[in-house]
Ligand binder design. Structure first.
Ligand SMILES: O=c1ccn([C@@H]2O[C@H](COP(=O)(O)OP(=O)(O)O[C@H]3O[C@H](CO)[C@@H](O)[C@H](O)[C@H]3O)[C@@H](O)[C@H]2O)c(=O)[nH]1
Ligand SMILES: [Mn+2]
Length: 535
């Protein structure tokens, strides 16, 4: 059989290695000189020494990224139909006022419209805000999906998020009818958001009315488990008679005083509930603001996940985070190409790229413990779809959403997405690599997913602060990558994780180098040695 994927070492690797030797020699000479003049040290030379030591240490840590960068290509067209395993998609949302429900609907529709057998596809949306507005928006999405999915399929649309599609399409003919329908959806959802609740006049059937009546007693921070099956593959069909994928809304139980572990807690609830309902062997995690930009991406990921040589210890296939709507100059550096593209390619030559929280296809079993020493075939029993609405399945699912699991020892430490850091993605990927799993980067020319980067200074700074605090939580824990990671995974992997974990430390050399030379110039003090100076 023709291979489903190929890879090669990036040709720049040789140059990187030569550069490493020259740069090491120069760095050693610089540090040697610093210590040579330490007996005549002044505050400014000490500050420069401090900055240079940090820069040299960070430079050393990141050499793993440059040693063996890998470039991959996959051939999804060669993937046999029989290899298409069931796929559970997890979408996380947390706040209907910061994450507009109509955009969450659009993201959901973009994955429901994957180019994938609909009876193998289930989409779960976790709403940590516990908001009736989000449920309403998804109910609307479920109705619109009946028209949108056949439209995308018949017209081979690539941009399957209606919001993104109608931004670029002029909407003529059938597309025009779709646009009118989608505008209607947006209007209804926006009017509910403006009011802050779902007016019962917006809801069609008595069953739906009953759901929203019940909701009036809930608050975002205190409510029982909620689960609503909005589309059921076995029963619901689109307007051309094709099955729809499953679409399930959940809001896990929240009780004041009970820890909920933010997004990691939400993902673990999704993991348990999907196990109870559909139990697909492959999972995709997505942020609600990151829609699919290529309906073929599940097949791309499967090219790796079904490969018998890789599968025994392959935990996840990560697509890089890419963004739309970044202004031309990207003044807040929101694209972060080094983290998501360049370093990820370098990491791929070691244990594999770190998990970045979204656009990542997991093998389910990797979240339940280390890779088995002897490869055992995993026979996932995809649960019968017709059972989804049965009381026994619903009861099991509701139980899976209970907050008692977040108090239990194992969830978040040995199984599932890991707790203990604000950057649960970094922490989880790191721990999986330490357990012996590996990952790889899939970076097709057409971005598989597109999201939103912070667009103003305030959002950008608060995101950076959250990330830095989360990374320090890992760096200064007993799982410090420099020691634990270097021993459990490999020396270079440990170094690379440490490089990320110390992201906040960059501020010291940057501030020193941004201020000191200017001050020295103003006060006419020499800062750097002349070539003629003795060493
Ligand atoms: O209690 C929570 C908090 C957040 N979220 C969801 O988590 C996602 C990411 O949160 P966001 O506030 O958008 O964080 P960002 O900093 O923009 O996200 C980046 O950083 C996070 C932490 O490292 C990763 O989880 C994300 O995937 C990554 O895109 C969003 O979909 C939220 O709805 C929850 O479900 N529950
Ligand atoms: Mn975000």
């Amino acid at each position: 059989m023709a291979p489903l994927h190929v890879h090669h070492i990036h040709p720049q690797a040789t140059l990187n290695r030569i550069h490493f030797y020259f740069y090491s020699a120069a760095t050693i000479a610089l540090i040697y000189r610093h210590f040579g003049i330490i007996s005549f040290a002044t505050p400014s030379t000490l500050l420069l020494l401090f900055a240079d030591l940090i820069l040299a240490f960070m430079w050393l840590l990141c050499q793993g990224f440059r040693w063996r960068p890998i470039v991959r290509r996959e051939f999804p067209n060669l993937l046999p139909q029989a290899q298409l395993q069931a796929l559970d998609v997890f979408i996380c949302t947390a706040d209907p006022f910061k994450e507009p429900p109509e955009s969450v609907s659009s993201t959901t529709l973009s994955v429901m419209a994957f180019d994938y057998p609909t009876d193998q596809l289930s989409v779960y949306v976790s709403d940590d805000g516990g908001s009736e507005l989000m449920l309403f928006a998804l109910m609307e999405a479920a109705k619109f999906a009946r028209y949108w999915l056949p439209f995308c399929r018949d017209n081979a649309v690539m941009e399957r998020s209606p919001e993104a599609y109608f931004e670029s399409s002029n909407g003529e003919g059938e597309a025009g009818e779709m646009k009118v329908m989608f505008e209607g959806l947006k209007e209804r959802v926006e009017s509910a958001v403006k009011r802050g609740y779902v007016d019962l006049s917006l809801v069609d059937t008595p069953e739906e009315k009953e759901i929203f009546m019940k909701w009036k007693n809930y608050t975002g921070r205190d409510h029982p488990s909620v689960i609503q099956i909005l589309c059921e593959s076995a029963n619901d069909k689109d307007i051309t008679g094709h099955q729809l994928p499953n679409l399930i809304y959940i809001s896990r139980e929240k009780r004041s005083g009970s820890p909920h572990h933010f997004k990691a807690g939400a993902l673990n609830a999704l993991l348990r509930v999907s196990e109870a309902m559909t139990n697909a062997p492959v999972l995709l995690t997505l942020d609600c603001d990151m829609h699919s930009n290529d309906p073929g991406s599940p097949k791309r990921a499967l090219c790796y996940l079904v490969d018998p040589d890789l599968a025994p210890n392959l935990s996840y296939v990560q697509f890089p985070q890419r963004y739309r709507g970044i202004n031309a100059d990207d003044i807040y550096g929101g694209e972060i190409r080094r983290l998501f593209l360049i370093s990820a390619r370098g990491f791929d030559g070691l244990h594999g790229p770190n998990y970045v929280g979204t656009g990542c296809f997991f093998s389910r079993r990797s979240l339940y413990g280390p890779p088995p020493a002897v490869a055992v075939p995993t026979n996932y029993e995809s649960k019968g779809c017709s059972l989804l609405r049965s009381e026994i399945v619903l009861q099991r699912a509701r139980n899976a959403l209970s907050c008692k699991y977040d108090r239990a020892q194992e969830w978040g430490s040995k199984i599932g997405f890991r707790y203990g850091s604000l950057v649960e993605d970094f922490n989880t990927g790191y721990k999986l690599h330490c357990e012996g799993w590996r990952s790889l980067l899939c970076n097709p020319d057409r971005p598989a997913f597109l999201g939103h980067a912070p667009k103003n200074l305030y959002d950008s700074l608060s995101q950076t602060r959250r990330w830095v605090v989360g990374l320090y939580e890992v760096a200064f824990s007993r799982y410090c990558p420099l020691f634990y990671g270097s021993i459990k995974a490999s020396l270079l992997t440990g170094f690379c994780y440490m490089y990320f974990a110390l992201w906040g430390v960059w501020c010291f050399p940057i501030i020193i180098y941004a201020l000191l030379p200017q001050l020295a110039l103003l006060y006419d003090k020499p800062l750097f040695p002349k070539v003629s100076d003795p060493l």
